[in-house]
Design a protein around this ligand. Structure first.
Ligand code: HEM
Ligand SMILES: *[C@@H]1O[C@H](CO)[C@@H](O)[C@H](O)[C@H]1NC(C)=O
Ligand SMILES: *[C@@H]1O[C@H](CO)[C@@H](O)[C@H](O)[C@H]1NC(C)=O
Ligand SMILES: *[C@@H]1O[C@H](CO)[C@@H](O)[C@H](O)[C@H]1NC(C)=O
Length: 487
């Protein structure tokens, strides 16, 4: 026993020494190992990646390598050079880190799946012909839920709730009913999912304590059960999205247990972003009266043009453009969408930057793009980037503003809430439509106001940088009731 411990310690020491001896070679990005052996900057990175990386950017510029828990991660913050990373499928690989995350977070192993085949399957189901069906199904569920949630209190009575809970709960349940087959348990799935989502970043970083680990495991198992369709009891003549997904996984050689677990991954991918996005959007409107006024006036314009009250909002939104609401959504996502794009260097590579510089990347290292810092929060691109300006993506003639520059060069990527390239969000059109429907519905059907007119938006939870939409630390209390015309 003593010997084992001794040998283990020795091994560890050797590892530490090995890692500690890495130095910056000619043509490599600036190297910042941090003071802690092995861990390097892992603690700061996990606590608040945006703050940490902003500090590194000030110190080293647009490209640098940091040590994080034994790994060397080269961070690239020049949007004009992003393509050099995202286009490379030979020297850089994205399946390794993805599979690691799937295992940690979802206890899921899908090594046999070919990314291109999966992508094709997804596009079939979230784009093109399927999209209009999803569009209208989502809209119906949103309307029904809004009405049925109001049933148990008198129509003129004000209700109080946190805006985040209100948005997340409604969009999640409507999205679940639109995409998943079990119709009987939307509320149960939502509340279990929130517990799981709460622990998700810790799961990804393997930093759960024992108690949290048990909770996460339990919650995951409950969700697997809740999501399992009961096809045997119902006649299954319909070819649903879920059945098609099971067939796809089966054909790719995934066993029944993993097929069951994969549904939780799908639940997370399809439901974890829209609710938080709608929260920030409405939160910004409620705390910026001039923006709220502009959006309401645009909506009034739509409803006046179409006098038949019968028309569901979806038709109005489809038939008319909404440049103000579109700009508000883009500005919201610029401020609150914080995806990280990760790759693993599988062969030594020379990275060509847009400014002509070249850097060596070492095999075994990781590469990370963090568009939240640049372009999205880059003061060279956006004036006062931390401030919400509802018309930032609007030209004077009410067309979409899409020309942004850094150092005189027009940017292809000026905001990247959906990722980009081959991994860009498959559900983007559906998500945009759903969020717009939701905002439209709330603003036309509800009287909605802040409980405290002076209230400010809560700050973002800093542990969620890198995981898609940010979530607030705390909530914004609102009160609401059905408008007279809809009671
Ligand atoms: C505001 C809402 C949303 C945002 C900001 C968002 C963002 C993203 C991002 C950044 C990715 C790429 C992740 C990566 O790099 O690996 C992604 C992937 C994906 N999203 Fe979304 N998403 C949203 C809503 C939705 C919705 C509603 C759906 C449902 C249809 C959806 C379906 C997907 C799918 C299936 C993928 C995986 C694509 C792949 O692996 O190739 N998303 N999303
Ligand atoms: C990357 O691919 C895109 C789309 O295929 C192309 O437009 C772009 O020029 C490529 N960029 C680089 C740096 O290879
Ligand atoms: C879905 O709805 C949005 C807006 O409501 C519309 O712009 C889009 O064309 C619709 N898509 C389909 C395929 O019907
Ligand atoms: C949770 O489950 C994983 C396997 O899925 C296991 O390795 C781990 O020990 C479990 N954690 C706790 C605290 O029970």
């Amino acid at each position: 026993m003593l010997w084992t411990i001794f040998l283990l310690l020795n091994g560890l020491l050797l590892l530490v020494l090995l890692y500690a001896t890495r130095t910056r070679q000619k043509n490599e990005p600036p190297l910042d190992k941090g003071v802690l052996p092995w861990l390097g900057h892992a603690l700061e990175f996990g606590k608040d990646a945006a703050k940490f990386l902003a500090r590194m950017k000030d110190r080293h510029g647009d490209i640098f390598t940091v040590r994080v828990a034994g790994h060397y991660v080269t961070v690239l913050l020049d949007p004009n050079s992003f393509d050099a990373v995202m286009n490379d499928t030979i020297f850089l690989d994205f399946t390794i880190s993805r599979n690691q995350l799937l295992k940690r977070i979802f206890s899921l192993q899908l090594p046999s799946i070919k990314p291109a085949a999966e992508r094709k399957w997804m596009e079939q189901h979230f784009q093109g012909l399927s999209l209009s069906k999803l569009n209208s199904s989502m809209n119906t569920h949103l309307q029904n839920l809004l009405q049925s949630d109001q049933k148990d209190c008198s129509p003129s009575e004000w209700r109080q709730d946190g805006l985040f809970s209100l948005c997340y709960s409604l969009l999640f349940r409507a999205g679940y009913l639109t995409l998943f087959e079990r119709r009987d348990n939307a509320a149960a799935v939502y509340s279990e999912f929130r517990k799981f989502d709460h622990l998700l970043t810790k799961l990804a970083r393997s930093s759960l304590n024992r108690g949290e680990g048990k909770t996460a495991n339990l919650s995951r198992e409950r969700l697997w059960e809740l999501l399992s369709p009961n096809w045997l009891s119902e006649g299954s003549e319909s070819k649903s999205w879920q059945q098609s997904y099971h067939r796809f996984l089966h054909e790719e050689g995934v066993d029944a247990e993993m097929q069951k677990r994969a549904l939780l991954l799908q639940l997370w991918t399809t439901q974890c972003n829209a609710g938080p996005a709608a929260f920030w959007l409405l939160g910004f409107l409620l705390t910026h009266p001039e923006a709220m006024k502009a959006v309401k006036s645009e909506i009034r314009g739509l409803t006046l043009r179409d006098t038949s009250v019968q028309h569901p909002p979806i038709n109005l939104l489809e038939a008319h453009s909404t440049p103000v609401l579109d700009s508000v959504l883009s500005e919201t996502l610029r401020l609150t969408a914080a995806v990280m794009i990760n790759r693993e260097v599988v062969q030594d590579k020379i990275l060509h930057m847009a400014n002509g510089q070249e850097y060596h990347l070492r095999q075994g290292d990781k590469v990370c793009l963090f568009p939240f810092l640049s372009p999205q929060m880059d003061p060279q691109i956006y004036q006062e980037p931390q401030i919400f300006k509802y018309d930032r993506f609007l030209n004077d003639d009410m067309t979409v503003k899409d020309k942004f520059y850094k150092e005189g060069k027009r940017l292809k990527y000026y905001t990247m809430p959906w990722g980009a390239g081959r991994n860009i969000c498959v559900g983007k059109e559906f998500a945009v439509t759903a969020i717009k429907q939701f905002v439209f519905l709330l603003l036309t059907h509800l009287d909605l106001e802040l409980c405290d007119p002076e209230a400010k938006l809560p700050p973002a939870n800093p542990s969620r940088y890198g995981f898609g939409m940010l979530q607030p630390d705390g909530d914004l209390q609102v009160r609401y009731r059905l408008k007279k015309t809809h009671r």
